[in-house]
Write a protein that binds this ligand. Sequence first.
Ligand code: NAP
Length: 552
Amino acid sequence: MGASVPGRASTNEAGIECDVVVVGAGFGGLYALHRMREIGLAVRGIEAAPDVGGTWYWNRYPGARCDVPSLFYSYSWSPELRREWRWTNRYAGQEEILNYARFAADRLDLRRLIQFDTRVAGATFDEPTARWVVETDRGDRLRARFVIMATGGLSVPNTPDIPGVADFAGEIYHTARWPQEPVDFEGKRVGIIGTGSSGVQAIPMIAKAARQLVVFQRTPNFSVPAHNRPLTDEDHRGFDDGLDSYLSSLEQSDFGRVPPTAFTAEVPPRDVQWARYEQLWREGGSGGFLKAFPNILVHPDVNEVCADFVRQKIRETVKDPKTAETLSPSGYPFGVKRLCVDTDYFDTYNRPNVELVNLREEPIEKITANAVDTAARHFDLDALVFATGFDAVTGALLAVDIRGREGATLKDAWSEGPRTYLGLTVAGFPNLFTITGPGSPSVIGNVITNCEYHVDWIAECLTHMRRHDLATIEPDGEAQIAWGRHVAEVADRTLFPKANSWYLGVNIPGKPRVFMPYIGEGYRTTCKEIVADGYRGFRFGGSTRALGEAGK
Ligand code: NAP
């Protein structure tokens, strides 16, 4: 390989030499490859899938669709890409989003930087040379000064260990590992476990195709209608006209959709709230609800009115009162588990071929070769779908055997929950960056713009290091502790910790209960100030002349 060509790695007997290894070719990874090459670094991407797209490559279950408006769920950094790509729908389907990722990869000529069908197994920091040694499941060995983990917050599927699951002889699927080839449910009895965003999208589609659909629900979820529709020229014009103010709003309030976390005591009258929710229900989408009132995710009394409103809508939609009751979320606040956005979800339970099973009343006891047995009943099934979510935010990072200074493992460092500085870096793991890592806005709001922000921050940081001839960067332990405390304090000021959500890791047995995303205001401002203050809380080390000249 031409080592002197910016962005290209070189190969020798010891393996592949480069400046940066980027793990993952979803939206974060693709942009990281582009930016690292742009600033003149030799960069190499490793991706487990045979194609780009990350979570949108794998989650091709029926009904898979974005719940952020597509015009916003796009790279904001490139006017060219924006001009050349035209979204068709208010909420794009999985295939269209995957095609967008492919389009971006081709347009930016990124594929030649990526090794596909390859999983990173381990990464070890070699202290004497200040280089990461990255090993893959195909036996590759890469040496790089920096590793960027763009592994995604929702990429490791969670398949609960239900007794007998391995005995099931029918078709078995996970929404997050859906097959490439079409799945035909026609004439079949299908069971689905899980009613989070994936289940809520898949259930109406599978119900239309299958002879019978049995939904095994443990916790009912709040869901609001998408009212998806084709985008018009006017929508596109409106977006273009408002783009600058949208981008500057991101600068100020960072992750856009979640309202301020400051507690305000005012409780608007119930009828005022109700009228607002009626309007939002007609408009569709989650964004309006989550910021309907500034304290909706903070003040229990405000929140409860919205919860009541959604429960009322469920009762109005679902004809059977017992089913409506079972579908009605209670005991946790509205919007603090990820709010689902659906098309005909509640109405689907009016279909004669759909049955809802309340696992709180009759838990699953076992799965057999052709059935699911609950404590009360036996359900014969031809196919079983797991819509059981992910080992979120930390799962993909801990799936790699990452070893930092003195061989310390990330697994040990995070045994009581993730510890990061800004969700970007980890003490004791120099030159390792996490895109949308725990302790950053990560999975809250618009993940694509969150990814862009992190990539740009890293690009600026590496440019700074090159300019000042610095070999390593890592956070100070004290700064990391203070940041972790701040992330938790901010979450504790809200209603978020009051629900057993994957934000807290409670969906994974044994995972420490730690609120992982940062939901405070001013994240970007804080990151900027830290840089302006000479990278406050970071330690730089060593000196190198090799950065940007890998393999020379
Ligand atoms: P999820 O929100 O974690 O939902 C998993 C579901 O499986 C929950 O209903 C959960 O019940 C259930 N479950 C898990 N283990 C179970 C068990 N042992 N027995 C019975 N039920 C069990 O996962 P998801 O639906 O895949 O969504 C995850 C996230 O991905 C979303 O919150 C969203 O951020 C993202 N996503 C986005 C979109 C979109 O853009 N539209 C679509 C899909 C996913 P409990 O609640 O009781 O644990």
